[in-house]
Design a protein around this ligand. Structure first.
Ligand code: ZN
Length: 119
């Protein structure tokens, strides 16, 4: 699916909503942040940004996740009592970051081809 005709993709700046990262408290366009929601009592990334209810916004960076955990920002942003477990989020975030980085980080295997030593 390639939609390449038309200048529709050139959105004017300042048109997208601005959210605050619950980790570092820096404001950024919503497109740069990940939305975090509560699913059955567990934190989860709302990658489609369509889940109902409250959402917390976070940079796709483990450092921001750590900061958010330390100040219990998720519980506050989502209006729930008690600490929330972020282990699931941490795992998902690692996978997301790897996907963004793309393939190529696992090149090491290619250099380990059979090297027959003819001695
Ligand atoms: Zn952040």
């Amino acid at each position: 699916m390639v939609h390449r005709s038309g200048p529709a993709s050139a959105r004017p700046r300042g048109n997208s909503p601005v959210r605050t990262c619950v980790g570092c408290r820096v404001r950024a366009e919503a497109g740069e942040l990940l939305r975090v929601v509560l699913v059955d009592g567990d934190l989860a990334f709302d990658l489609r940004r369509r889940a109902a209810g409250r959402g917390a916004w976070l940079h796709p960076e483990p450092g921001c996740l750590d900061k958010a955990e330390r100040r219990r920002a998720f519980a506050r942003a989502l209006r729930v009592p008690g600490p929330l477990d972020i282990e699931g989020l941490r795992r998902d975030l690692e996978q997301l970051v790897h996907r963004v980085t793309g393939p190529g980080s696992s090149r090491a295997g290619l250099d380990q081809r059979k090297q027959v030593d003819p001695s």
